[in-house]
Write a protein of this length. Structure first.
Length: 120
């Protein structure tokens, strides 16, 4: 193993917002995204964040034009200004890939693959 390896990167301790709770989707900057494994810590302003894996997350079946069904394989985006935070609106930050479908305009908790392959 390389002498300079710090960690595997599956879980990273990141500075997050004070309202972050375990299970929340999180985005830091433009490229880091994952799911908080622990609540925000007021001691250092950070939380442990899973950077990959499959999680049950609340997703709304909308895109930038309005209601839009979510299909398996659709790219999902995180927008911290709406609730639920994950939709098909490309104005958010790329988050992952839907592994289950949702009817147009509905909100449901589905399996989401964090990261996956982003296609621009």
């Amino acid at each position: 193993m390389a002498k300079n390896k710090i960690q595997d990167g599956n879980v990273i301790r990141l500075a997050v917002g004070s309202g972050v709770k375990s299970g929340d989707p999180v985005a830091v900057g433009t490229a880091l995204h994952g799911v908080a494994l622990k609540d925000y810590s007021s001691a250092d302003g950070k939380a442990e964040v899973a950077m990959n894996g499959v999680f049950d997350l609340s997703v709304q079946a909308v895109d930038g034009s309005g209601n839009s069904a979510v299909a398996v394989g659709d790219q999902l985006y995180l927008s911290e200004s709406t609730s639920p935070y994950i939709t098909k609106k490309t104005t958010g930050k790329y988050f992952g890939v839907a592994l289950e479908a949702i009817a147009s305009g509905s909100t449901a908790t589905i399996n989401v693959l964090i990261g996956g392959v982003a296609i621009s």
